[in-house]
Design a protein around this ligand. Structure first.
Ligand SMILES: [Zn+2]
Length: 260
């Protein structure tokens, strides 16, 4: 599940990774916090269709009121309890946009509450609910990304999805910015031509071994050359459609301790 502040952030921040998920048959859903301030609903549906996501919905946040209301938290807890996603994507907490910051904070709170007996009006608690959260970059690049997904095979679909949203002012520049950042991440991580970068939250150590059989990982030339000095201590090889699973395997607490 992607929890996206506006109707375009999911494509900008993790459109290629969504393609990798849906290509391998994962069921995806996009929840927009805000129905304003981004693309129109029709444009967002077109973009989601290109990314392979059929289920999108919108919560009640209003533009200019990026405050964590109880109603908004209830809505997100309800969405978590209904969908029970194993992986959640959301902008990172240091993003400069206030609505993006709010979304990141809401996800952290709702992730905990969804499995807790509190808020019975939001449905049955999702027992054992503890999805891994991948925080992506939109307005503000991550200072220390810890997971990388090679989106080279999906970059044209990402660009096509971005171009579904012409109502966004200067969308072509947005497209260039998003693809330029993916190229930068590819060059600096050594993980592919185009790469999406993430910070990982709440990865339990058991997930690493559970996912290892399908993970396509290797140490990059960068990590071999600069272990302990290179800022990206955790590197992922997001090969083929297993990219997110590779991220899953290497982006957790075990991966954060460094490459082997
Ligand atoms: Zn946004």
């Amino acid at each position: 599940m992607v929890v996206s502040p506006h109707r375009d952030d999911e494509t900008i921040g993790c459109g290629g990774t969504i393609c990798a998920h849906t290509e391998r048959g994962d069921h995806g859903a996009v929840v927009h916090i805000c129905g304003e301030g981004g693309a129109s609903l029709a444009e967002a549906r077109s973009a989601a269709g290109i990314l392979g996501v059929s289920e999108i919905s919108t919560l009640s946040c209003r533009v200019g009121q990026p405050t964590p209301t109880r109603e908004l938290l209830l809505e997100l807890v309800m969405a978590f309890r209904q969908h029970r996603p194993q992986i959640v994507y959301v902008p990172h907490e240091a993003d400069a946009d206030p609505t993006h910051k709010l979304t990141s904070a809401l996800v952290r709170e709702a992730r905990w509450l969804a499995g807790h007996p509190a808020l019975p009006e939001a449905g049955e608690p999702a027992e054992g609910f503890a999805p891994i959260v991948y925080e992506f970059e939109v307005w503000t690049p991550l200072a220390r990304p810890t997971a990388f997904v090679d989106i080279s095979r999906h970059v044209e679909r990402k660009a096509a999805a971005l171009n579904c949203c012409p109502s966004r002012m200067g969308i072509n520049e947005w497209s260039e910015g998003a693809l330029g950042l993916a190229r930068y991440r590819g060059v600096t991580s050594g993980q592919g031509d185009h790469v999406e970068a993430f910070a990982v939250v709440g990865a339990p150590p058991c997930v690493v071994s559970a996912s290892a059989p399908r993970a396509q990982t290797r140490s990059s030339h960068l990590s071999r050359r600069g272990r302990g000095r290179w800022p990206y201590r955790t590197v992922l090889r997001g090969g083929q459609a297993d990219a997110p699973r590779a991220a899953h395997a290497r982006g957790g607490e075990e991966g954060a301790q460094g490459d082997r």
